[in-house]
Design a protein around this ligand. Structure first.
Ligand code: NAP
Ligand code: ZN
Ligand code: ZN
Length: 331
């Protein structure tokens, strides 16, 4: 459904962005379906936003008219707490302001990127390198940073064995980024249907989780597992794939709790962790890393009228590997 969203007037530190493309993240779908709780309707979602700057406030120093920019999952934070000061604004102790369904500084509900324009504080606007096309850059603003951050934190790199569970939007970026960091990457997907793509993205190995032999063969193998699955899966089975001191990081956000068998943790001093997007400086670092390594998202560009159909396909794990809305089709 099309509607009109009011944006606040451009303040002294604000940037007005004409949006060109917006990625469809599974979080948009969880949100609008009410998976994570009550939805503050009317709501426009979308937090993988790219476009160009068309107006800047009087005090803006970081961006100029015409710049290629992006906005991810947050548009503000308190900036004063320990976590904000550490550059981890996503973990702001007062709660970061989400790009949509958050509370804006004027008290209104923030509205996301499936729209023609957005007004954002300059500190939460990223530079999109020239080397990355707009449409393939959009998914980096959420899928890219959400996988880059734990891969960097848990030190994916040469000599490290990394598994990625689920090869959708986040998963395919995790494969590309982990491989670019120098890790040996294994994809754990429900079937072997996307194996050729996984290997082309940089994975060395690809296994089907529907085959019980996968879990026997890969027991005690990985230093790091990134779980991107949007539904609950058997944590014990995946934890047992970690070698001594390995870590399984949850980035997938199913509505239901994920029960953890403590004996699977005891077995090899394993850790079960979680990670949420990444800080603003780290998001810029990720964009620059992707430009330097020639990586970006593999996308299917759709028109604004095709969003509902795209949602159905994402829910069926039929996405290769991110739907991106051409916002010109909204104008
Ligand atoms: P997506 O494109 O739908 O990818 C999820 C993948 O998980 C699917 O492609 C599929 O991969 C696998 N999968 C789906 N249902 C499954 C099931 N029932 N059993 C086993 N595997 C299944 O979604 P996404 O946009 O990458 O997002 C993934 C999750 O991350 C969502 O829950 C989203 O809300 C969350 N998320 C979290 C953060 C954060 O900051 N932590 C940020 C963004 C998104 P295969 O076909 O390869 O099996
Ligand atoms: Zn997202
Ligand atoms: Zn804070």
């Amino acid at each position: 459904m099309r509607t009109t969203v009011e944006r606040r007037a451009v303040g002294p530190r604000d940037v007005l962005i004409e949006i060109r493309y917006a990625g469809i993240c599974h979080s948009d779908i969880h949100t609008v379906r009410g998976d994570w709780g009550k939805v503050p309707y009317p709501l426009t979602v979308g937090h993988e936003i790219v476009g160009q700057v068309t107006e800047v406030g009087a005090e803006v120093t970081r961006h100029s008219i015409g710049d290629r920019v992006g906005v991810g999952c947050m548009v503000n934070s308190c900036r004063e707490c320990d976590n904000c000061k550490a550059g981890e604004e996503q973990y702001c102790l007062k709660g970061m302001v989400g790009t949509y369904a958050g509370t804006d500084r004027d008290g209104s509900v923030t509205q996301g990127g499936y729209s023609t324009h957005i007004v954002v504080d300059e500190d939460f606007v990223l530079r999109v390198p020239e080397a990355i096309a707009y449409e393939t850059a959009a998914p980096l603003l959420c899928a890219g940073i959400t996988t880059y951050s734990p891969l960097a934190h848990w030190k994916a790199g040469p000599g490290r064995n990394v598994a990625v569970v689920g090869m959708g939007g986040l998963g395919h970026m995790a494969v590309k980024i982990a491989a670019a960091m120098g890790a040996e990457v294994t994809v754990l997907s429900q079937t072997l249907g996307k194996k050729d793509d996984g290997l082309a993205f940089g994975a060395a190995h690809y296994y089907a989780t529907s085959d019980p032999a996968t879990f026997e063969k890969l027991a005690n193998t990985f230093d790091l597992i990134i779980n991107t699955v949007s539904a609950p899966i058997d944590m014990g089975a995946y934890l047992r794939l970690l070698r001594l001191d390995g870590t399984l990081v949850a980035v997938g956000a199913p509505p239901e709790p994920l029960p953890v068998q403590v004996f699977a943790l005891f077995g090899a001093r394993r850790s079960f962790a979680g990670s949420s997007i990444g800080g603003i400086a780290e998001t810029q670092e990720m964009l620059d890393f992707c430009a330097e390594h020639g990586i970006s998202a593999q996308v299917e560009v759709i028109s604004a009228d095709e969003v509902n159909e795209a949602y159905e396909r994402v829910l069926k794990s039929d996405v290769r590997y991110r739907f991106v809305i051409d916002i010109d089709t909204l104008r």
